[in-house]
Design a protein around this ligand. Structure first.
Ligand SMILES: *[C@@H]1O[C@H](CO)[C@@H](O)[C@H](O)[C@H]1NC(C)=O
Ligand SMILES: *[C@@H]1O[C@H](CO)[C@@H](O)[C@H](O)[C@H]1NC(C)=O
Ligand SMILES: *[C@@H]1O[C@H](CO)[C@@H](O)[C@H](O)[C@H]1NC(C)=O
Ligand SMILES: *[C@@H]1O[C@H](CO)[C@@H](O)[C@H](O)[C@H]1NC(C)=O
Length: 259
């Protein structure tokens, strides 16, 4: 009994010496955030710049980290996709609110690591395996778990750019299904939870086809939350800050209760 105890103490001490950084800077539960502008975040973005308003639900916390562009963990703060979704005016997205909401309901999941990968204006063809967006996402996801932690889900808000041409809309279901299967395969997580956001409005006329595709994907562990009815920014295009905060909470609810 005593020897067992001594061994435990020694092992713990060794773990501390061997990885002084990872004690503080390695999250336990990791989430991939991917898709287009509304996942990246445009809440509070005016005609020229972001208003800089960060609601309490999106404030930084020592228990919420993000994987930065150079693949190191840092304390997460808005805009979460800074230096990831390049050359855009960025604002509030759903990620911080999601993380806070998960931690409030399930503190044992912390610290949480967010891996922002969304890029505004991208269609699903550009996200296909073999493309730059896909490779970057998989590379970042693998880097995220290099020193520990577990990828718990992919949060995906995409499809707006596939509502413009009818053929894209018609092919969306097949392309999305393939995307989910390939990401799971490349991350070697065949049952990884995948939570999509159902489109609310879109720039193109074929939104109903894309929505039907989103709701019709029949794969295990794929869930959907619906952005329909959430308020938009002045541009009538992007979700505003309160909408992004609400969406984060909806995603957290889906993650904690739908799987
Ligand atoms: C990585 O990027 C962050 C900012 O995103 C910066 O604070 C940090 O110093 C960078 N680390 C390295 C090793 O370049
Ligand atoms: C962002 O802008 C820089 C400078 O104009 C350009 O070199 C780069 O290709 C742009 N990146 C993207 C992803 O558009
Ligand atoms: C997707 O985006 C790319 C690059 O912007 C564009 O060339 C292409 O026509 C779009 N649609 C499809 C179906 O690839
Ligand atoms: C952002 O999402 C809204 C609501 O779904 C949609 O109307 C809009 O087209 C999206 N914006 C872009 C640029 O994809």
């Amino acid at each position: 009994m005593k020897i067992f105890h001594l061994v435990t103490v020694l092992l713990l001490a060794y773990a501390r010496i061997a990885s002084p950084e990872s004690c503080h800077h390695q999250p336990k539960s990791i989430f991939i955030l991917s898709g287009q502008s509304n996942m990246s975040g445009r809440g509070g973005v005016g005609r020229v710049k972001w208003d800089g308003v960060v609601p309490p639900e999106c404030e930084p916390s020592p228990s919420i980290l993000r994987l930065g562009p150079n693949l190191t963990w840092e304390e997460a703060k808005e805009p979460l996709h800074a230096d990831i979704d390049l050359n855009k005016t960025l604002g509030i997205g759903p990620g911080m609110s999601f993380a806070h909401s998960v931690l409030a309901q399930e503190p044992s999941l912390g610290p949480i690591g967010l891996v922002p990968c969304a890029v505004g204006g991208t269609n699903i063809t550009e996200w296909a395996r073999g493309g730059l967006l896909y490779s970057d996402m998989v590379r970042r996801a693998k880097a995220a778990v290099k020193h520990g932690g577990t990828i718990r889900a992919i949060l995906w808000y995409q499809g707006e750019s596939d509502t413009i041409i009818e053929e894209d809309a018609l092919r969306y279901k097949h392309r999305l299904k393939k995307f989910i299967e390939e990401v799971r395969c490349d991350l070697k997580l065949p049952t990884l939870p995948f939570i999509q956001v159902g489109l609310a409005t879109a720039l193109g006329p074929y939104i109903d086809i894309v929505r039907a595709a989103q709701f019709g994907v029949k794969l295990p562990n794929v869930k959907i939350v619906d952005a329909k009815g959430l308020p938009l920014e002045w541009d009538h295009v992007h979700l505003n800050t309160p909408a992004e905060v609400k969406l984060g909470k909806m995603l957290a609810h889906a993650f904690l209760h739908d799987f």
